[in-house]
Design a protein around this ligand. Structure first.
Ligand code: ADP
Length: 355
């Protein structure tokens, strides 16, 4: 049995603003689901409906085998961690963690045991007597997670929990959330606009845009076989290079220049209903070589372990991602090579994957 079932969810405001346009997702027990997409795509709205803070205009939500669509939040056996930690400033850390249990009338000894359990898990035992005002941002975030974990809920919901933290702490907390999930295996729904968080944390990822799920799959499926141009460009940094091409002589070409295809891609292009396509290449698929697509180096961005190099070619600007330091100068003539198997093909108009 699935842990969470989202069936045909629509959300309309004022009968005219259609925010969610039919969302269907089936989540297995213990799974870590990511909802990712640009700001305004509807991910927080969807999470609010799973949480019971808002209700769908159409559709059903099941937690386990229970239809919770119209149940209030408190009857859903869920725990939430928000971007704003929403800790009670006048309570100690221990009281904050125990508060949800107290209002559920859990006996004192059990509450204290839960506080000790999550404090050990999150390494905040030494902070239990402090007030939130005496904590750093990362510590507050831990307490907010502790409060959610104390309950051992059916479902854990996170709404951009790391976005208020600085870059270094964000990476640390991300790792902690991952380890925590590996230990507790609580089914989790996690909202983020950050594609790295999505890739590193998710068992499966739902990529959203304009109130639709564009693709639902494992991080590897989403990265290696993006279903459309939007997903291809949204996931991965630097973004996938996109070259507009036309069908020509059984293959594809950009400004008359034929681009490499393997047999499967060639067949897909021939069977496709339109002449106008987009040829996508991830930056790491490109390599510098002594021959291949000619161009001029127009920008070099070293990051330390690798370098991003932008090359102006007859097919357009392409960014290559190469290991280490690139021993070259801006303005230099270069050649780029890639393996056709690494190419992605999309329809120019619908954006849908062709190969
Ligand atoms: P995300 O979390 O992906 O950034 P949201 O779910 O917060 O997006 O919002 C999706 C869209 O719904 C936005 O365009 C937002 O302005 C709109 N929206 C959210 N709440 C309301 C509301 N109560 N009334 C009208 N529009 C809303």
């Amino acid at each position: 049995m699935g842990a969470l079932s989202i069936q045909g969810i629509h959300k309309t405001y004022n009968e005219t603003t259609h925010i969610l346009k039919g969302i269907d997702l089936e989540i297995e027990a213990g799974e870590f689901l990511i909802l990712v997409g640009p700001s305004g795509c509807g991910k927080s709205t969807l999470l609010s409906m799973i949480a019971g803070l808002d209700h769908p205009t159409e559709g059903r939500i099941l937690i386990g085998d229970r239809d919770v669509t119209h149940l209030p939040s408190k009857d859903r056996d869920i725990a939430m961690v928000f971007q704003s930690y929403a800790l009670y400033p006048n309570m100690t850390v221990a009281q904050n963690i125990a508060f949800g249990l107290e209002i559920r009338k859990v006996p004192k000894a059990e509450r204290e045991a839960a506080v000790q359990r999550v404090a050990a898990m999150l390494q905040i035992g030494h902070l239990l007597d402090r007030k939130p005002g005496q904590l750093s941002g990362g510590q507050r975030q831990r307490v907010a997670m502790g409060r959610a974990l104390a309950r051992d809920p059916k479902l854990f919901l996170f709404d951009e929990p790391l976005s208020n933290l600085d870059a270094k702490l964000r990476v640390e907390m991300r790792a902690e959330i991952k380890q925590l999930h590996q230990r507790t295996k609580t089914t989790t729904v996690y909202v983020t606009h950050d594609q790295v968080e999505a890739m590193t944390l998710g068992d499966r990822i739902a990529v959203m845009k304009d109130g639709w799920v564009q693709q639902f799959g494992t991080p590897a499926e989403i990265y290696n076989r993006p279903a459309n141009r939007f997903v291809a460009e949204f996931i991965g940094s630097p973004a996938m290079n996109m070259v507009s091409v036309r069908r020509q002589d059984g293959g594809v070409s950009a400004h008359g220049l034929a681009l490499a295809l393997n047999d499967v891609q060639r067949q897909a292009v021939q069977a496709h209903g339109s002449d106008e396509l987009v040829y996508g290449l991830r930056p790491e698929s490109l390599a510098f070589a002594t021959q291949g697509l000619p161009g001029t180096l127009s920008m070099i961005e070293p990051t330390g372990p690798e370098t991003y190099a932008t090359v102006d070619t007859p097919a357009g600007k392409l960014t290559a991602r190469v290991p280490g330091v690139l021993d070259a100068q801006v303005g230099e003539a270069v050649h780029l090579q890639w393996d056709a198997d690494q190419a992605h093909l999309f329809d120019q108009h619908s954006g849908k994957r062709v190969n």
